[in-house]
Design a protein around this ligand. Structure first.
Ligand code: BTN
Length: 286
């Protein structure tokens, strides 16, 4: 069933992150992180990938949040033009070879879903994961994630994690993306952007910090079972598309320890690497 976007709450026009409250809400392990909040930029991912190329290596992450992006980037070269949500990037230093990032984007999606549940259990319960790393509610996109890696040495890589999290549905963005969207507000009773945006961001940073430590120590494998349990399409027929062409069809069976999608096809169980593929429910639009 399709539903129309809600009208935008007036409070969404003017919300701002409370920088002091954000800092105070972060766990001790994240107190050394840089928190950078700006009114407008081209793309927070572009800003941080550029900064990481020159930055001295450090164990602390950097947040860059912009209230408006003029050249926001999405996956597969698509623009990200949303103005109705949180748009931010986190540069996470990983003491790993750049060849060991398999499954990182799924770990980020899981951390984001967990964070939403930390803030509001009812919201967490409604959020599903769509391989490789979208969050959705009832089949509508709630958040997108774009990860760019900046190698910094043999066992050092910056993962620049860009997140666009919709607070409300944005009709213009639905047209631009050609997809129905969801917003946090619809699944969070009494949502107040001025109060809740800071709480959401603090929860996301805390979960990202914990995920980083777990990922560096053990990779994605210990997260695979929880990811699969939150898979919105588990045990459903799906198609994998590239440039609108169907490349594979089968039953989605969760993910393996490296974040590959397990697809049951007539030829057997296939392991799909993410690359530039998009997943759709079988019978859905390309
Ligand atoms: C997707 O296509 O689903 C990924 C969208 C990622 C958008 C975010 S918004 C903050 C960060 N800066 C960017 O330019 N892109 C990411």
């Amino acid at each position: 069933m399709t539903t129309a976007p809600e009208s935008q709450p007036a409070s969404l026009q003017s919300w701002r992150i409370d920088a002091d409250a954000l800092r105070a809400a972060l766990p001790q392990a994240l107190q050394a992180w840089t928190l950078d909040l700006v009114e407008e930029t081209g793309s927070t991912n572009a800003d941080l990938t550029q900064a990481c190329r020159q930055a001295p290596w450090s164990d602390a992450g950097t947040l860059r949040l912009a209230y408006r992006q003029t050249a926001g980037r999405g996956r597969q070269g698509r623009p990200w033009q949303g103005q109705a949500g949180l748009t931010f990037s986190v540069a996470l230093p990983l003491a790993l070879s750049p060849s060991r990032l398999s499954g990182l984007s799924l770990g980020v999606g899981l951390a984001l879903a967990q964070a939403l549940g930390d803030v509001e259990a009812a919201l967490g319960a409604r959020v599903g994961l769509k391989w490789p790393n979208d969050l959705q509610i009832d089949g509508r996109k709630l958040a997108g994630i774009l990860i760019e890696a900046v190698p910094a040495g043999p066992q050092r890589v910056w993962a620049v994690i860009g997140i666009g999290l919709n607070l409300v549905r944005d009709a213009q963005m639905e047209v631009a993306l050609g997809r129905e969207l969801a917003g946090v507000a619809e699944a969070m009773p009494g949502f107040d952007a001025q109060r809740d945006a800071t709480r959401l961001l603090a929860a996301v940073l805390a979960r990202l910090g914990a995920m980083r430590d777990a990922f560096v120590a053990h990779g994605f494998a210990p997260m695979a079972a929880e990811w699969s349990a939150r898979d919105a399409y588990r045990d459903q027929p799906v198609r994998l598309l590239h440039d609108g062409q169907v490349l594979a069809e089968g039953m989605a069976r969760g993910v393996d320890g490296e974040g590959h999608l397990l697809l049951e096809t007539p030829a057997g169980l296939e392991r799909i690497t993410s690359g530039e593929l998009s997943l759709r429910p079988a019978g859905g639009a390309a």
